[in-house]
Design a protein around this ligand. Structure first.
Ligand code: SAH
Length: 239
């Protein structure tokens, strides 16, 4: 009898504890959701991003889960953040701006070079059919994969390797986004772009320009749209 009493009270205590923990979590989730709403309104809509698909994706993806725990309270600030290995997660506005400029649509197959935290891939995966993303630092690729699996993204494939070569077996892509800056446009990426497709990437060494390439029947149309500052693309392109 005594044993039964102890067992029942232990179960009750555990139940109460787990409720408080869940409540803590849901309060946190709500707080982050509000911060995200403010981020979308003040940093993204206010600067002219209009595509409702992009705005909904930026509202949906829990950015705080893509940054190291010590940075969580800064996750919705108007700036890039360190993610370790001397790499950064881009400023929210840049992620939204590039996604809008890329013109990603439902049904698209997208290639990303520079997975980093996996955040940009998640934003793209909210809109597109599938996202193939390559990261040169194996530890970052592994971490991004873990975050994306935990968040149940089933339409993102992460690969560790040098994105300079693109991903031939999965090509062609409707859209390609590069989030590390090469000194010049990697030719294999242009080859792996579908006719009518778009690519967006920062190009340059110290001074970089965000370039949009549109692959048309007449050839490649290039447009410089914004001066930017990204981490350099490493690997084969430097040889
Ligand atoms: N898109 C990321 C941020 C990118 S930071 C995010 O949403 O968090 C740029 C990333 O590009 C870094 O993680 C860097 O390691 C990676 N990178 C640099 N050169 C690369 C290459 N040649 N191939 C693949 N990834 C590369």
């Amino acid at each position: 009898m005594k044993f039964l009493k102890i067992a029942i009270s232990s179960v009750l205590i555990l139940f109460v504890l787990s409720c408080t923990r869940n409540q803590d979590n849901s309060v946190q989730t709500e707080t982050y959701k509000k911060l995200r709403k403010t981020m979308v309104q003040r940093q993204i809509q206010a600067r002219g991003v209009k595509d409702p698909k992009v705005l909904a994706a930026m509202q949906a993806v829990p950015r705080h889960l893509f940054v190291p725990e010590a940075q969580r309270n800064k996750a919705y600030d108007d700036r890039p953040l360190s993610i370790g290995w001397e790499q950064t997660i881009s400023q929210p506005y840049i992620v939204a701006f590039m996604t809008e400029q890329l013109g990603v649509k439902p049904g698209d197959r997208v290639l990303e070079i520079g997975t980093g935290s996996g955040y940009q891939a998640a934003v793209l995966a909210q809109i597109a059919d599938s996202v193939f993303t390559i990261e040169i630092i194996p530890e970052l690729a592994k971490k991004a994969q873990e975050t994306l699996t935990e968040l149940n993204y089933k339409n993102i494939i992460v690969r560790s390797g040098d994105g300079y070569h693109g991903w031939k077996e999965k090509a062609p892509f409707d859209a390609i986004i590069v989030t590390a800056a090469p000194p010049k446009i990697p030719p294999l990426l242009l080859e792996q772009l579908e006719n009518g497709g778009k690519m967006i990437l920062p190009v340059g060494e110290y001074v970089q320009e965000l370039v949009v390439v549109h692959k048309t029947e007449r050839g490649m149309e290039m447009q410089n749209i914004l001066p930017v500052r990204f981490v350099p693309m490493t690997g084969e392109i430097r040889k």
